[in-house]
Ligand binder design. Structure first.
Ligand code: GDP
Length: 140
């Protein structure tokens, strides 16, 4: 099934010069990028983006982190891309992530884990609309 998902290279990935390394992994896996830009979220935008985590102990901290510097936001498109990209990212906690995943290779912390990816079709739709309008999405 053709799907779209939202990918973010988080502020730790950008500041550690991992943009190229992450994009290389996406391309090697055949995950097509159909939109891409660099942005810096305000604290309010980060809180809106992560509102499903409101009330959790890490909500303040992760929204501080996500607004601490620029991110690269991308839309990926392809067959089963939500699941395929989640697998490529690896577990939230890099210590539990499988060998060969982006987080296992690059993450340094449960919070500073380099990349984000939507976890369902519904969340992908919400997250894509949070960052992109229709004119910014390319047809491949
Ligand atoms: P994901 O879908 O794998 O990104 O994980 P979640 O949706 O559960 O969490 C969202 C983000 O919040 C994670 O990617 C981390 O950056 C951060 N996070 C999750 N769990 C924790 C935690 O226990 N402590 C801290 N400090 N951050 C966390």
């Amino acid at each position: 099934m053709e799907e779209r998902t939202l990918s973010i290279i988080k502020p730790d990935g950008v500041s550690r010069n991992l943009i190229g390394a992450v994009i290389k992994r996406l391309e090697e896996e055949g995950l097509n990028i159909v939109a891409m830009k660099m942005i810096r979220m305000t604290k309010e935008q980060a809180k809106e983006f992560y509102k499903i985590h409101e009330g959790k102990p890490f909500y303040e901290s992760v929204t501080d982190f996500m607004s601490s510097g620029p991110c690269v936001v991308m839309i990926l498109e392809g067959e089963n891309v939500i699941q395929r990209y989640r697998k490529l990212m690896g577990a939230t906690n890099y210590k539990e992530a499988e060998e060969g995943t982006i987080r296992r290779e690059f993450a340094t912390d449960i919070e500073k884990n380099v990349v984000h990816g939507s976890d369902s079709e519904e969340n992908a739709r919400f997250e894509i609309n949070h960052f992109f309008n229709a004119l910014e999405i390319a047809v491949r």
